[in-house]
Design a protein around this ligand. Sequence first.
Ligand code: FES
Length: 173
Amino acid sequence: MAKDPTVAPSSGGEEKHPLADWLEGWTPQEVTRRKFMSISMWTIGGLIALAYGGLGLKFLWPPSQTNVPLEEVGTSDEFKVGDPPVLKVTQNQGSEGGAWIVRLEKEGLVAYDMHCTHLECPYTWVGNQFACPCHGSTFDIYGNVTHPPAPRPLRRRLVVEKDGKVYVGGIIS
Ligand code: FES
């Protein structure tokens, strides 16, 4: 008769199966091969879903870049309430970095990362809105999506005014 691997031997002399403790209290009928495979597949599927879900969230809400050093991009008097946003090239995020900077009446100076939140194309200021040439997304001056497919508002970068100069850091939201 074949040994049942799920049952620990009752008397000494024989080696105990490694899963015997874990399966204690389960009868062999409860741990069928089909059930074991089903649990395994659900576990693997769950792990894959978690991994992809995490990647999706990272894409939609990238982590803030608090370690990006501030970079001087101009002087305070270049940005006045009512003026259109100005694109400033930056190097502190890599060779293709930049930020659209605008002084809003209530919020003061804000800086938007120059990449569209859909698929990262650089967008421009056209008329009275930001417009992405790749798939047609548009954003208002506050960075809100006014036309999809962009899934979320423009990302903001840290902007600091000090001694009449303006500095831009990493993405903060
Ligand atoms: S990358 Fe901007 S709309 Fe697609």
